[in-house]
Each structure stands twice: as C-alpha cells, then as structure tokens.
Design a protein around this ligand. Sequence first.
Ligand SMILES: [Fe+2]
Ligand SMILES: [Fe+2]
Length: 256
Amino acid sequence: MAYLAHISDLHVGSVDFREELLLQVVDEINSSSPDATIVTGDLTENGYYSEFLKAAEYLDMLNTPVLVVPGNHDARHVGDQTFREIIKGRYSTLVKGMYSTLNIKSQDLQIIGLDSSEPDLDYGKVGRSQEKWMIEELHQANDKGLYRIIALHHHIIPVPHTGRERNVLSDAGDILLSMCGNHANLVLSGHKHIPHVWMVEDTAFATAGTVSSLKLRGKQLSSYNTVDIDEDHIEILLNSADGEVTSLAKYQNTCR
Ligand SMILES: [Fe+2]
Ligand SMILES: [Fe+2]
C-alpha cells in the first residue's frame, strides 16, 4: 500500500554533522523510491540562515515528495522565520493553513505535519489551535478512509535509554489523548536520537535516530527508519549506518 522513509535530526552545521552519512542515506532513499520522505526536524544545529540553505540543498537531492517539520534546533536564532522562508512551500510542508499536510492520494494515506517547536526553547508544545486543526484533519482523513500519519519533532511518550526526561511535549497528555482518541494510525517523531516504537491502543509512536550526526548515546549508530504499510500489516524498520536493517515493530494494520 505504501512505503515511507522517515529521517530526522540532520543537525547540519554541528561539528558532529557528517555529510557522508547523509549522502549515503539520500542514495539509499533514491534507489528504494519510497512514496514520501518525512523529515521530523532539527535540520540545522543553530537555526542559522546558512545552515538552512545547506540543509535545503541536501533535501533537494531527494527524488521523492518530502514533508518537513521544524525541530527545537531549527527554532533558534529566529530560525522559525528562516524555516518559513526557506523550507515552507519548497517541499510539501506547510501547504495547507498554518501547518502542513501531505496527501498521497494514490496510496490512500495522509500525513499531517505539526510544528512542536518554540523559539529559542528546547521543550515542545503543540498548542490548542494546532491540536484542533489536527483533530479536524484526522476526522476528514478518517471519513475518506485514508491511513493517518502525524509527523512532529518532539516525542510524546518518553523514549527508553535517553536518560533524564526533560523535553517531552508540555501538552503531551492532551495530545496523546487526541491522537489515540481520534484514531491516528502512526505518529513519527525525532528529537532524542534514539529509535523506538511504542504502541498505545491502535496508534504506533515511532521515533527515529539522528540520520547524519554523531550526537549519539553509547554505542548507538546514526540511522533512519522506513515504514512498510500493506493491507494487513505495518512494519517499521531501522536502517543503521553500518548497513544493517532490523525490524523495530510489526503490527496489524487497523486502519478503519
Ligand atoms: Fe536533534
Ligand atoms: Fe531536537
């Protein structure tokens, strides 16, 4: 039914950024031709204009539809304004209303992008107006029978092996309820640089690692996720920088 690439936390501009890792992943994505590539924030390290221009150059190399949402690092140094200027409209981000939605009609799925960043702060928040918009989008997609994916930078459920929890969404409880209660099928995030999948009721919450930086914990490698959706099952695969591909989760497709 659909095949997606989920990359996150590029951190272009960081001393820990490794271009060769990103170019390798761009090659892998272009040769596997997913239906879309979803980028869940921290494109840049400091939100600098020059970093956004460079990040956009890399994203331009992808030959798939691309949906991008900003991360906390992108919202530094008025990077939230730069994100709107350089990234908005360039890809399939922020094409509808204030926020973003990508509708892949041929694949019967809708991807709803949320901006969880706050200028110059590391914590995340979706906020009431965006939550209301998200619920409306979920209802409309549900009515059309579309598979419903949400993308945002910050994790909503704490991620294991990441130490002290500090940056979960400040409105995580309400957003978690809205996502599960309104039948989001899959929620994609980044931020903690650790890949993991939680299942809550019928909703899967998948976080991706950092795709192209050495901002890692322990023996973790940089990585990205791919999502394989067929009529019966969804599988989320971890693609590590050493070339190994492992299954993070496989579960029944309950799209209804
Ligand atoms: Fe990050
Ligand atoms: Fe982050």
